[in-house]
Design a protein around this ligand. Structure first.
Ligand code: PHE
Ligand code: NA
Length: 447
C-alpha cells in the first residue's frame, strides 16, 4: 500500500502546529507557571524551548522524514537497532499515557462548553466558580461521561480518516482561537489585578532560579507543549516528501506554540489576581478563573465563553488525534491491523486507562502514587521521565549514529554555521541538559 503524504508543506506545518497547540498551551502552561513562580518559570521555559526543544524537534523531523514510517519503524529505517529502538518504544508508551489523561482534561473543557450552552455556568454567582468546578470533577459519572464523549469524537475522526475535517480545524479554528485569545488578553489587561499579574509573569523573583523543581517543570512542559519525545512529530514528518526543508517548519511551530502560551498567560493571570484566586491552585487553575470573568461580561460573556471553550476543545482535538495516531500507526505496522481495527482497539484501551485519572480529582479513586493523584502521577511520569528519555535518545541518535553529513543534509542547514551549531546541540548540549534534569527529577521524586 502506498503511504499517504501531505499535499503541501503548508499542510504539514498546519498539522504540526495543530498537534503542538492544545491544552498544553492554555491549561498546562498556566497552571505550571502559576505553581512555579511565574516569571522565573517563563524565562527558564523559553530557554528550554530554544536550547532543547527546537534542536530536538528538528531531530525528530529528520528521523520521521528519513524513516518514512511510524515512530518505531522510522528509527529502524534510518539506521537504528538495539538500544536506539528504545526511543521509538518510549514514544509510543508516552503517547498512550498522555492521551489517557489528555482526554480527561479535554472532557472538562467540553463540560464547560455544555454548561454555558445550557445556562448553568453563567448562573454561578461571583466567586462561586471554584465550587461549581470542584463539584463537577469530584463526581463519578460526570467526569467519565465527558471524557468518553471527547474520546469518542477523537476515535471517530481517526477511524474514518477525516483528513478534511482536521485541515479545516487547523486552517479556520486555530486562527480564530488566536484571535479570541488576543482579544481576551486585551480585556484582561483592563482588570484591577493586571499590574500584579504582569509583575508575576514578567518580573522574576531571582531566588526561584535556584529551585530545581522549576527547571524540571519547565523542561517537561517544553517537551509536552511541542509534542516532543513521543513520536508525534516523527510520525507527522514521515508523511513529508524528501525535498522539503525542515528548519523553517520547526521555527514556525516553536514560534506559534510559544506565543499561544504567553498570550494565554496574559489572559489568565490578571483574572487570577483580580479574583484573589491562588495562582498555585494546580490543574484546575483555568477552570476556576476564566469563567469568573466571562460571567462578568453579561450576555456577551456567554457568547465569548461558548466560543472560547469550543475553540479550545477543537485545539485539544487536533492534539489528541496526533497522540492516537502514534499508537494507531504503530499497531497497523506491527500487528498488520487495518486502520479501523487499530483505531478502535487503541482508542478504547487508552480511554479505559484514563478512567482512574478522571476519578482521581476528588472522586472515588483516592489512592496516591508518591503523594500524587493518579492523574498527576501519569502526567509527571511522562513529563519528567519518558518524554525526556525519548527526546534524549532521539537527539543522541541523530547526532552520533547518523553520519554527520546525512544529519546536516536532512535538516537543510548543510555545512552552514547553523548546521554545525545544531549538530553540537543535538550531540552534547541538549542530551547533557536532559540527563542532568532526569537525575534531578529522580532525586526529587524518590530520594
Ligand atoms: N502539544 C500538545 C499540547 O500542547 C500535547 C501533545 C503532546 C500533543 C504530544 C501531541 C503529542 O497540548
Ligand atoms: Na503546545
Amino acid at each position: 500500500m502506498e503511504r499517504e503524504q501531505w499535499a503541501s508543506k503548508l499542510g504539514f506545518i498546519l498539522a504540526a502546529v495543530g498537534s503542538a497547540v492544545g491544552l498544553g498551551n492554555i491549561w498546562r502552561f498556566s497552571y505550571l507557571a502559576g505553581d512555579s513562580g511565574g516569571a522565573a518559570f517563563l524565562i527558564i521555559y523559553v530557554a528550554c524551548i530554544l536550547l532543547i526543544g527546537l534542536p530536538v524537534l528538528m531531530a525528530e523531523f529528520s528521523v520521521g522524514r528519513k524513516g518514512q514510517s511510524d515512530a518505531i519503524q522510522s528509527y529502524h529505517n534510518s539506521g537504528a537497532g538495539g538500544f536506539w529502538s528504545l526511543g521509538g518504544f518510549l514514544g509510543v508508551l508516552s503517547a498512550f499515557l498522555i492521551l489517557s489523561f489528555y482526554g480527561v482534561i479535554a472532557g472538562w473543557i467540553v463540560y464547560f462548553l455544555y454548561s454555558y450552552l445550557t445556562g448553568a455556568a453563567q448562573s454561578v454567582e461571583e466567586g462561586g466558580v471554584g465550587d461549581f468546578f470542584g463539584g463537577f470533577i469530584s463526581g463519578t459519572a460526570g467526569p467519565i461521561f465527558w471524557q468518553f464523549l471527547f474520546m469518542a469524537i477523537v476515535i471517530a475522526i481517526v477511524f474514518f480518516g477525516i483528513k478534511k475535517g482536521i485541515e479545516i480545524a487547523n486552517k479556520i479554528f486555530m486562527p480564530l482561537l488566536a484571535l479570541i485569545l488576543v482579544l481576551l488578553a486585551i480585556y484582561s489587561l483592563t482588570l484591577d489585578g493586571a499590574g500584579e499579574a504582569m509583575n508575576f509573569l514578567f518580573a522574576p523573583d531571582w531566588s526561584a532560579f535556584g529551585n530545581f523543581d522549576v527547571y524540571a517543570a519547565a523542561v517537561g512542559q517544553a517537551f509536552f507543549t511541542l509534542s516532543l519525545g513521543m513520536g508525534a512529530m516523527i510520525t507527522y514528518a514521515s508523511y513529508l516528501g524528501k525535498e522539503e526543508k525542515l528548519s523553517s517548519a520547526a521555527g514556525t511551530i516553536v514560534t506559534f506554540d510559544t506565543l499561544f502560551a504567553i498570550i494565554a498567560g496574559i489572559v489568565i493571570f490578571p483574572i487570577v489576581f483580580t479574583f484573589g484566586i491562588d495562582p498555585s491552585a494546580g490543574p484546575g487553575l483555568i477552570f476556576v478563573s476564566l469563567p469568573e470573568v466571562f460571567n462578568l461580561m453579561g450576555g456577551a460573556g456567554t457568547f465569548v465563553a461558548i466560543l472560547f471553550f469550543f475553540l479550545v476543545a477543537v485545539a485539544a482535538l487536533t492534539s489528541a488525534i496526533s497522540l492516537l495516531e502514534v499508537n494507531v500507526a504503530f499497531l497497523m505496522r506491527k500487528l498488520k491491523w487495518n486502520r479501523k481495527t487499530a483505531t478502535l482497539v487503541a482508542g478504547i484501551v487508552v480511554t479505559l486507562f484514563g478512567v482512574p485519572s478522571a476519578l482521581s480529582q476528588g472522586g472515588p479513586v483516592t489512592f496516591t502514587i508518591f503523594d500524587n493523584s493518579f492523574l498527576d502521577a501519569i502526567d509527571l511520569l511522562t513529563a519528567e521521565y519518558t518524554l525526556l528519555l525519548g527526546g534524549m535518545i532521539t537527539s543522541l541518535f541523530v547526532g552520533w549514529r547518523w553520519k554527520k553529513i546525512d544529519a546536516l543534509r536532512e535538516t537543510g542547514f548543510g555545512e552552514s554555521i547553523f548546521g554545525i551549531l545544531w549538530l553540537w546541540f543535538v550531540r552534547v548540549i541538549a542530551p547533557a541538559w536532559i540527563l542532568i534534569l532526569l537525575i534531578i527529577n529522580f532525586y526529587n521524586d524518590f530520594l
